[in-house]
Design a protein around this ligand. Sequence first.
Ligand code: DLZ
Length: 157
Amino acid sequence: MSSSNNNLSNFSSPLPDGKLLKVGIVCAEWNNTITSKLFDGALALLQKANISLDNIEIINVPGTFELPLAAQKLAQNPKIEGVICLGCVIEGETPHFDYICQATAQGIMDLGLKFNKPIIFGVLTTNTLQQAEDRAGGKHGNKGEEAAFTLLKMLAK
Ligand code: DLZ
């Protein structure tokens, strides 16, 4: 179901408790006005789930394409149980959108399977800036919050 029919910040199940968890966030700087909101949403949700700032490792990377490499660095740490990857790719005039989205999604999936840890795809892939704003704390909720909630749900299984 598309996020326009399904608010990203409305969760149908209770928030799992994360008190004993250590997790990572990797956030892309490209489209920073959007990714900073995804980051704020993810961080707030993790803290609401009782994860202290000391137990959240944060890495910033230049763009979405660099997310898998930084997430791998975190995933290699046995103390880190899962990683949230945050980025925003907006379609432009050249085919960069397809290359970045495909490579990043594949890289993130491969990492999760390789390390047997949840590595969450908190990446907006939109046609317009407006669509990204709508999903970064706008009318369709916040993809960063949704990614953090997904991580907690996967770790609670
Ligand atoms: C190059 C590029 C372009 C055109 N667009 C985006 C984008 O919309 N979102 C994003 O996160 N990153 C973009 N990048 C940067 C790439 O992810 C990567 O950082 C560069 O290709 C590295 O040279």
